[in-house]
Design a protein around this ligand. Structure first.
Ligand code: CS2
Length: 496
């Protein structure tokens, strides 16, 4: 192998023996499914499960990867014929494998036409997606399609030139109905509760507005299974890209890095053929809800808690935050004392063992997950990770003093990004502007700040926002988190 050649079909045979390569004949692999949102997570999760499946039972399940948002794929995965290196890392352990399940990539950032050209023909039977929480254009507190969302307003006025995920999927279904009428399964792999139900809601609402019986056709010919997905796979850095060259001697512009743990629980509700991902370790079930609760409240809840408090404490990564003695005690007690009692029984899993396993995963120092990355779009995450368990606790008359702290930390994180608070960092969140406006108007007064933020009813259910116990806990934590000693809020919540 020449030094620093780029990964390609030809290079596969000349890679070092320590790099695993596809065991099946990629040249005969036909596309059967599409994926929207080809980021680090897809490369470390669905694409890897599919690669496993293809090596166990070769079938027409090649993936066409589509990005409707940046970054473009043509220059990275496209140049490498869809091939990329997936690194599994745990502290000093590294495992490299080239994944072959993505057969083609399509950039559709400037217009929906390339995406629709993939999604509409009958050979695509399934579309999976990781488009992030905000990609669904739903109202976080209710799950309904946000009809005031600028992209939805645009797409309802221009349904043949959609920009949003609901608009693009509805248009693809409309084209399928008009041309061949074959069914389609749409499988959400994002961390929103009952993600299949939310996806179905937003597509159905959009289709109802289009009329002509489209919503009824979709109800009869499309399926929207829910799924719980899990593997920590942070945004890829320049250092990750360089590491492949350093360790294995070739270049790869599409590397993805993940932890060893992975899990995929899928509702068995398909409109047509189902890839046998169960052969590769996924689980098909009738009801995903208990698994979703467990994962979003425990693992994701801990991540959001460590991320927002971690930034406030000046810490960079998840593993830095969990190495902090105070934050580590806090997150464990929050999960054990307040989150665990809200979980329903989970078939085949032991929630208290899952808490310990999750905390251990977060200590992995080779997974450089930045606190700011996890805090991104917090407004779309806190309902399922923190507010739903708080609501359940309140209905049981149980304490919420610990779970309220990360809610206040999320507020403090957004507030301190405002000009009024000296723009301590920049944040990416659809509600950043709104909260900055509140901070500008209110200043440092914690009760006024918290009240105005709690009044955002698209995030906070009005019943929860009016609860006095919750309000008092959030106001008290927020006051301390905005002070010169933010960790006093964490300390005091543990003493109560
Ligand atoms: C993280 C998730 O950025 C985030 O919101 O909490 O991406 C998390 O790493 C995955 O859900 C793990 O499966």
């Amino acid at each position: 192998m020449n030094a620093a050649e780029t990964l390609s079909r030809d290079l596969l045979e000349r890679l070092p023996a320590s790099v695993q390569t596809p065991s099946y004949d990629r040249a005969t692999l036909a596309p059967g499914m599409a994926h929207l949102g080809v980021g680090a997570f897809h490369r470390c999760h669905q694409a890897e499960y599919t690669d496993d499946l293809l090596s166990l039972r070769f079938d027409r399940w090649g993936i066409v990867g589509i990005n409707i948002r940046p970054p473009t794929l043509a220059d990275t995965l496209g140049r490498q014929s869809g091939l990329y290196t997936r690194l599994i890392r745990e502290n000093s352990h590294i495992e490299a494998r080239v994944i072959g399940s993505i057969v083609k990539v399509v950039d559709s950032q400037d217009s929906a036409a390339p995406a629709l050209a993939v999604l509409s023909p009958p050979d695509i039977e399934l579309v999976t997606m990781t488009v992030t929480e905000k990609g669904y254009c739903h109202i976080p507190s209710s799950g309904a399609l946000d009809l005031s969302h600028p992209d939805i307003v645009h797409d309802l006025a221009n349904p043949e030139r959609p920009r949003s995920v609901p608009g693009i999927l509805t248009r693809a279904l409309e084209l399928r109905r008009a041309t061949h009428g074959r069914p389609l399964t749409l499988l959400s792999c994002d961390n929103i509760p009952t993600n299949g139900v939310i996806l179905e809601n937003v597509v159905r609402t959009f289709a109802e507005r289009r009329g002509h019986g489209l919503a009824e056709w979709i109800a009869a010919n499309a399926a929207f299974p829910s799924a719980m997905v899990d593997r920590i796979a942070p945004a890829v850095t320049q250092a990750d890209l360089e590491s492949v060259e350093q360790w294995f001697g070739y270049r790869d512009a599409a590397v993805a890095v993940g932890e060893p743990f992975r899990q995929w629980v899928i509702e068995q509700k398909f409109a047509g053929r189902m890839p046998r991902w169960d052969l590769a370790g996924a689980t098909f079930v009738d009801d995903v809800t208990p698994f979703e609760y467990l994962k979003m409240r425990v693992l994701n809840g801990a991540q959001t808690t460590l991320a927002t408090l971690g930034v406030l404490a000046g810490l960079e990564h998840t593993f830095d935050a969990i190495a902090d003695p105070l934050l580590s005690v806090f997150v464990r007690r929050m999960l054990v004392e307040e989150t665990l009692p809200t979980l329903m029984p989970v078939p085949g899993m032991e929630p208290s063992a899952y808490v310990e396993q999750s905390l251990a995963r977060l200590k992995n120092t080779a997974i450089r997950h930045r606190n700011h990355q996890i805090a991104t779009d917090g407004s779309q995450k806190i309902v399922q990770r923190l507010l739903n368990p708080i609501r359940d606790r309140l209905s049981q008359g149980a304490s919420i003093g610990l779970l309220s702290v990360p809610v206040a930390a999320w507020m403090a994180y957004l507030i301190q990004a405002s000009t009024r608070f000296g723009k301590r960092w920049s944040v990416s969140d659809p509600y950043a502007g709104k909260v900055a406006g509140i901070a500008d108007a209110t200043g440092r007064d914690a009760p006024a700040l918290a009240s105005a933020i709690l009044a955002i009813d698209t995030i906070f259910d009005p019943g929860l926002a009016a609860n006095q116990t919750f309000r008092a806990a959030v106001i008290s934590a927020l006051g301390e988190l905005l002070s010169d000693d933010p960790m006093a809020a964490v300390q005091h919540s543990l003493e109560q």
